[in-house]
Design a protein around this ligand. Structure first.
Ligand SMILES: [Zn+2]
Ligand SMILES: [Zn+2]
Length: 343
């Protein structure tokens, strides 16, 4: 599948990633990895080359990136190894052992990295998929009132589209996102939100399910695994709405529709990053399930919803502001009806 960020075919169908999951980060019998102390500078700048199987232990990859960052003046040789940055592997899932990384499987987040250094990391370290300059903020929409444009990080080199694999009781879903514009998640192998969505769907058996603040679509797609006839996903942030639609397509083997039609491109959506009035950006055709994806403010979503919604999940980013959350839930119950829950 063509990637909307880099234009290459760096995205795969769900089953391809799920089939590789058991082996993708496992060493071959010849792989040798050095476990390094992350709290100290590496003892030497020797660079261990990837094994003949093309994988290299994550600490050796870090040590290689460290050497380049010192040469580029981004780090000093007194900095500890962990100062290289935060690694996000592709695909991400709960792991028992640190990974042996195949080519293009690591997105690096660093607050200090410069453009020339990022270019070198991407060109010289085969495991690097993309380099992001991060900052203090959490990328993506974080405020229920949607005042202003959300914070983002900056992609400096390569591609920062990567996937996480989430497990339900019975199946797995693959959730892609562009990492510099959406918040970071770590699949833990046991995700209470995912379990809770499955439980509520089995209890209510909805005909129409709404995921009002869908992010990259995880909960709406999980609900879709339960053969709900009509599922509506929505997010005000362009990247979330886009990746919700994209992830429906990625996981289509486990859902019952024939085709997903996009009504807007990633670039068109990026040009109007936050929408208040909901606009349908994608829908499915054929099969026994109908999925719609909207980009819009969840406060306004009721204006486009059908009358008989029976179950809604509201996964608000700012759950701590109880007053706002309660007001939102009350308004939702009055305007939309059906059962509604916060996961
Ligand atoms: Zn890409
Ligand atoms: Zn090997």
């Amino acid at each position: 599948m063509k990637c909307p960020v880099c234009g290459d075919d760096c995205v795969q169908d769900a089953h391809e990633l799920i089939e590789q999951q058991a082996t993708i980060f496992a060493p071959c019998p010849r792989c040798k990895g050095r476990t390094l102390n992350k709290q100290k500078p590496p003892a030497d700048m020797a660079i261990a080359r990837p094994c003949e199987c093309n994988k290299r232990f994550i600490d050796d990859v870090f040590s290689h990136m460290y050497a380049i960052m010192v040469e580029e003046g981004v780090l000093s040789s007194a900095d500890p190894l962990h100062a290289v940055g935060m690694p996000l592997v592709h695909p991400g899932f709960a792991m028992m052992q640190p990974p042996y990384l195949p080519p293009r499987s690591l997105v690096l987040l660093s607050p200090n990295v410069t453009k020339p250094c990022a270019n070198r990391l991407f060109a010289e370290v085969p495991e690097v998929r993309g380099v992001i300059k991060s900052n203090e903020a959490v990328p993506g929409l974080s405020d229920i009132d949607f005042d202003g444009i959300p914070d983002t990080y900056t992609l400096l080199a390569g591609c920062d589209v990567r996937a996480n694999i989430f497990a339900t009781q019975n199946e797995k879903v693959v959730i892609y996102k562009q990492q510099s514009v959406m918040h970071i998640e770590f699949p833990r192998g046991y995700d209470p939100k995912i379990i809770w969505v499955g439980t509520r769907v089995r209890q209510v058996r909805p005909k129409i399910f709404v995921d009002a603040c869908a992010g990259p679509g995880t909960l709406g797609i999980i609900a879709g695994l339960y053969d709900i006839p009509h599922v509506i996903l929505n997010d005000a942030w362009y990247a979330a709405a886009f990746w919700s639609a994209f992830n429906l397509r990625v996981n289509r083997e486990h859902l019952n529709f024939e085709e997903l039609r996009m009504h807007a491109t990633y670039d068109e959506m990026r040009a109007r990053p936050v929408l208040k009035t909901p606009e349908k950006i994608a829908e499915t055709q054929g099969g026994t399930q109908y999925f719609e994806v909207y980009q819009g403010d969840c406060h306004e979503l009721y204006t486009v919803l059908p009358k008989d919604v029976d179950l809604s999940v509201i996964d608000l980013f700012e759950k701590k502001d109880t007053e706002k959350v309660n007001a939102f839930m009350e308004a939702w119950k009055a305007r939309v009806g059906g059962e509604v829950f916060i996961p």
